[in-house]
Write a protein that binds this ligand. Structure first.
Ligand SMILES: [Zn+2]
Length: 297
């Protein structure tokens, strides 16, 4: 048995049909996103699914930019965001309902955690170019089913997703029917699709989490010719900076900031994604509000 593949994503194609796939397994990235946050275990597992999903979906980014998956609702999970850059750098943030009873979340589905009026937004922000946003209501119990619905609705692409997460790792598998390219007839493509989905559905959580990626693909699809590509590394990385977190102070307003600084020496802004602390002194605030022409450091 080969080693589990950690923090890697692998692309694959079915040679005889217009179907593509991606598999991702995350360990260090996942741990970096959950450690020190004190989330209940069920929330960690859901966050793991989001990380895997962001990584899988970002595989279609053909430019410099960020793909984010955001879920909002009125339940225990108010907001969950996972972002992935074209460099395969992931980060995530979760905001839970204050004072929520989180002692017994283990049996709750994604839909139940998000609560009423839940929506998922898929946002693509190219570094140069227009921002794209697609929205789908949370109508299905799992993240996978909601995203499958999103792809079908927004891109008319048949897509199937599987996610798994435990305390140590999270993982995801994506299978997508591409617009017809090969000489294969539509009927043949359709037949392949049904079989490939059927085979992929046999994947067990422990296999998705623990098998090496080549071994996993062989285990699932050995009756087909599958072309695999070199895997890409995925990592946790937050692009926050003191300058960016200063926006929070600017939106607080000049008066409130200086009032606060009369009471305390510095104002600390924490990055919600990576828990970095940024301290702002009175001198920093003067620069921010253009009282003095210098740069922050
Ligand atoms: Zn950060």
């Amino acid at each position: 048995m080969d080693q589990p593949t950690s923090d890697k994503q692998k692309r694959f194609l079915f040679e005889q049909a217009d179907i593509r796939g991606e598999v991702v397994q995350l360990e260090n990235t996942f741990q970096a996103a959950v450690s020190g946050r004190g989330f209940p275990e069920r929330i960690e597992l859901l966050l793991g699914e989001f990380l895997a999903a962001a990584s899988l979906l970002a595989s279609t980014l053909k430019f410099e930019g960020i793909l984010s998956i955001q879920a909002r609702g009125e339940g225990i999970v108010k907001l969950l965001v996972a972002e992935c850059t074209n460099q395969k750098e992931l980060r995530a943030v979760v905001r839970l309902e204050e004072d929520a009873d989180t002692s017994n979340l283990s049996g709750l589905s994604f839909k139940e955690l998000i609560g009423s009026n839940g929506v998922i937004s898929i946002i693509i922000e190219p570094q140069d170019g227009e921002r794209y946003q697609g929205i789908v209501p949370v109508e299905y119990p799992t993240l996978a089913a909601c995203l499958e619905h999103y792809f079908f609705q927004s891109e008319q692409l048949n897509t199937k997703l599987w996610f798994a997460a435990d305390k140590h790792r999270c993982a995801g598998l994506l299978i997508q029917a591409l617009p017809k390219q090969l000489n294969a007839s539509s009927d043949t493509n359709e037949e392949y699709w049904e079989t490939v989905v059927h085979l992929a559905s046999t994947v067990k959580d422990v296999e998705l989490l623990e098998l090496g990626q080549d071994q996993l693909l062989y285990r699932l699809f050995n009756e087909f010719e599958v072309r695999t590509f070199d895997s890409t590394s995925v990592s946790f990385n937050c692009n926050c900076s003191k300058e960016r977190s200063a926006n929070a102070l600017i939106s607080l307003g000049e008066k409130d900031v200086f009032d606060l600084l009369d009471e305390q020496e510095t104002i600390t802004i924490d990055c919600q994604f990576c828990l970095s602390h940024y301290e702002f002194t009175r001198d920093d605030a003067k620069i921010l509000f253009n009282k003095e022409k210098h740069t922050l450091h």
